[in-house]
Design a protein. Sequence first.
Length: 265
Amino acid sequence: MYQTVFHIAKMDCPSEEALIRMKLADAAGIHSLYFDIANRRLTVWHHGDYQPILQRLDSLNFDTSLLETRETDSDGQMPAQPAAERKLLWQVLAINLFFFVLEATTGFVAGSMGLLADSLDMLADTLVYALALLAVGGTVARKKNTAKAAGFLQGALALWGFFEVLQRFFGADALPDFRLMIGISLLALAGNAFCLYLLQKSKSREAHMQASMIFTSNDVLVNLGVIAAGVLTLLSHSKYPDLLVGTLVFLLVGRGAVNILKLSR
C-alpha cells in the first residue's frame, strides 16, 4: 500500500471534491481518499504507481502537483458518514434548489441577468451534489452518462445566459427592477446564511462539512454581488452593473460545466 499526497490548487469547495471523486471512481488500485479542502490537499491510499492517478487529476485542469508518496501499513479507511450529516447536507441541497426556482422566476419578472445568473449558480451547486449522490453504487457507464447530461445542461444554460447578456448590452431594454434584485438577493443571502448556521451548528470537523461551509460562503459573495448591482442600478440608472455581474456568474457556471463534461470522457 502507498500513501500519496497531491496539492490541488483549484480545489476550494465541494464541487471540485465531487468531480475528483467521480474522476477517480473507476481507477484501479485506489483504496481510499481523504480531502483536505482548507489546505487544497488530496491524500490517496493505493496499490501500484501513482502516475495513472496523477494523469486523471491533471485532466481536470485543477493545477495538481505531487507533494509526496511513500509506503504505508495504513489503509486510510475513513469512518462512514453519520446519518445526521447526510440529512444536513440534503437540507442544504434542498435550500439551494428552492432558491434556484425562486431566483429564476423573479429574474425573468425583474429582467435581471444578475438574478438569473445567481439562480444558475444555485442550480450548478445542486447538480454537482445530485451528480455525486446519483453516482453512488452505479456503474462507470452510468456515472459518465449522468455527468455528460448534467454538463450539457449546465453548459447550455450558461451559453444562453451569455447570449442574453449580449442582446441586452446592445439592445434598448428597460432597466432591471432593482427592488426585486435587492429583495430576492437578500432572501437568498438569508438562505445561505441559514445553511452556514446549520453547518456550523453541527460542529463537525470532517473535511466534507468544512468544505460545504466554504462552498456556501462563496454563494454569499455572489448574493452580495447581485445586491451591489441592484444598488448601482438605482444610483446610476444604468443596465450595465446588472449585465456585468450576470456575465461574471455565467463564467463561473460555464467553467463548472466544462469540469463536469471532463468526467464523461
